[in-house]
Write a protein that binds this ligand. Structure first.
Ligand code: SAH
Length: 220
């Protein structure tokens, strides 16, 4: 799975993907992440990538050309592989389709090989980017962030942990197990401010049937 992230702030994302499970997935070539900065594709003086919106209103809008050129460059790179590929183009947007477990699962089921994620900034991206590339707008939740970089990280993370062999134990993927949102590890009794906090007795009982039904009750 190849991720191509179009962002003017790549360092925000490289910090995250260079640690832990995502870093290991990259090292083991289960996924690859590369960055394309719209500024590098700007034909304007001062490498300008945003401009005032038509119709007025506050803020700035990311211009179509530098993003369109970045997407085109990525598409050419994918084509050069000369193998069978399937590309999805995502525009991060607070008014897009909601990003869920099902969405992440669908990316793998539909066998996408290449995912392009476009990170907006300011008031968003010129709407013609969506039209040119038939891109899908995707929201990670009902709140407005300052940019698409956190959404891009969420998308990379949630998809990557579903790529086969990325998690040490495939049972860790929620759908494959009876998940409990209430977990404990040692010590059995924890004292804090003179109060004792005990692990539920049933988890120490060794009675697997009872433990499973306890977990199910506390599952999602
Ligand atoms: N005025 C715009 C807000 C832009 S927020 C509007 O109402 O749509 C700036 C950028 O941050 C967006 O272009 C998008 O890329 C990103 N963004 C903000 N919140 C997001 C969310 N909940 N999900 C996905 N992307 C988001």
């Amino acid at each position: 799975m190849n991720f191509y992230i179009i962002t003017i702030f790549p360092k925000m994302i490289t910090a995250y993907i260079s640690e832990s499970i995502i870093a290991r997935a990259i090292k083991e070539k289960k996924i690859a992440v590369s960055f394309y900065n719209p500024r590098d594709f700007s034909k304007k003086k001062n490498k300008q990538i945003d401009d005032k919106p038509y119709s007025g209103g506050p803020g700035m809008v990311m211009m179509v050309d530098s993003i369109a050129c970045a997407v085109k460059k990525i598409q050419q790179k994918i084509q050069r592989r000369k193998t069978k590929t399937k590309t999805k183009i995502i525009i991060t947007s607070p008014s897009g389709k909601e990003f869920t477990n099902q969405y992440a699962e669908g990316i793998l089921r539909k066998k996408y090989s290449d995912i392009i994620v476009i990170c907006g900034r300011y008031e968003g991206i010129d709407a013609r980017v969506k039209k040119i590339f038939k891109a899908e707008e995707v929201s990670i939740g009902n709140y407005i962030l300052t940019g698409g970089e956190i959404p891009a990280m969420v998308i990379i993370d949630a998809i990557t942990r579903r790529v086969p062999l990325v998690l040490g134990n495939s049972d860790s993927i929620e759908e494959n197990r009876i998940a409990s949102s209430e977990m404990y590890t040692r010590p059995e009794i924890y004292k804090f401010n003179n109060k004792k906090y005990q692990v539920p007795k049933i988890l120490l009982s060794g009675d697997h049937k009872k433990i499973e039904s306890w977990k199910q009750k506390r599952g999602k």
